[in-house]
Design a protein around this ligand. Structure first.
Ligand SMILES: O=P(O)(O)OC[C@H]1O[C@@H](O)[C@H](O)[C@@H](O)[C@@H]1O
Length: 283
């Protein structure tokens, strides 16, 4: 299979453009194997990107789909969300509709995380659908603990007219704004009206992102990823981020299929694990 060509993006960073015969498309930077765009068959952008995003290592790109690996959040000894999102990947194979990117930790990174592993990220564009799989192989001799997430920023017209629907009422979650204290959802939906940062442990495998204003619903389906993190930093935190445009918190909500509080997964030597998210535009 011919290797897909790359084109230059901001700060000289290389990206792969994926296109489907339906007209849908996606863009994936080699930096962090980071998806920064997913467009529908009609060419409408479905992911949020900060207009102050930094595209070059060691900063993670703000927006799109950061890959949190080998650690989600602060659930471990590494820097927030681990180092895969700040590292360069290589193209293994691809076609016009899909690409597989590869990463192995540097000696420096193995000082922080003393394991040898091979990470493969596959991104595939289809008709109004984006499928992303993370596969990790433990190439070391010891069990390897990890947590992980697809940290997806969904574009919404206005956060006041958007919500996430988990499909089930009364779910409990760990509230990251209250030291992971347990809280309970009254209905089945999360309306973002202030900073919201929650780990739904053992979350439903399909969560819907509803942009009421745009009349758009995206389904997030997860496989092998037991948890889901829902996040919007709201005004104070977002406007304090150097790589977030002013008041851009109003234009995204994050739904992050994860192995978070259900983890860490202990991956035996020589074994592999994979997790997948399937994003599909329902309407
Ligand atoms: O700014 P970062 O490192 O990309 O993290 C953004 C957010 O990522 C979310 O997944 C976490 O739950 C939040 O606590 C965190 O603030």
């Amino acid at each position: 299979m011919a290797s897909p060509k790359t084109v230059e993006g901001p700060e000289g960073q290389q990206k792969v453009v994926l296109t489907s015969s339906s007209g849908a498309s996606a863009e994936v930077f080699l930096h962090g194997a980071h998806v920064t765009s997913w467009k529908s068959n009609k060419g409408e952008e479905l992911l949020f990107m900060s207009n102050k995003a930094i595209y070059a290592p060691p900063k993670a790109i703000r927006g799109g789909i950061p890959i949190c690996f080998p650690q989600f959040g602060v659930l471990g000894p590494l820097g927030q969300h681990g180092f895969a999102r700040n590292s360069m990947f290589e193209i293994v194979e691809g076609s016009g509709e899909s690409v597989t990117l590869s990463f192995r930790p540097s000696a420096e990174q193995q000082k922080q995380f003393p394991h040898q592993f091979h990470l493969l990220i596959t991104v595939q564009i289809g008709s109004d659908r984006l499928t992303q799989t993370l596969q990790v192989q433990n190439e070391g001799s010891e069990p390897m603990p990890f947590t992980t997430a697809f940290h997806t920023y969904f574009l919404v017209s206005d956060v006041d007219n958007a919500h996430a629907d988990l499909g089930t009422s009364g779910l409990t979650y760990q509230d990251n704004t209250k030291g992971r204290a347990e809280s309970k959802l009254s209905g089945s939906s999360v309306k973002f009206q202030q900073e919201f940062d929650a780990i739904f442990v053992g979350a439903p495998d399909t969560i819907k992102v509803v942009d009421e204003k745009a009349g758009r619903t995206i389904s997030v389906r997860k496989e092998g990823l037991p948890d889901a993190v829902l996040w919007n930093p709201w005004a104070d935190k977002a406007n304090g981020m150097a790589d977030m445009g002013h008041d851009q918190y109003r234009n995204f909500l994050c739904v992050e299929p994860a192995v978070a509080a259900s983890g860490p997964i202990q991956l035996e030597s020589g074994k592999s694990w994979s997790g997948t998210q399937i994003l599909s535009l329902d309407s």
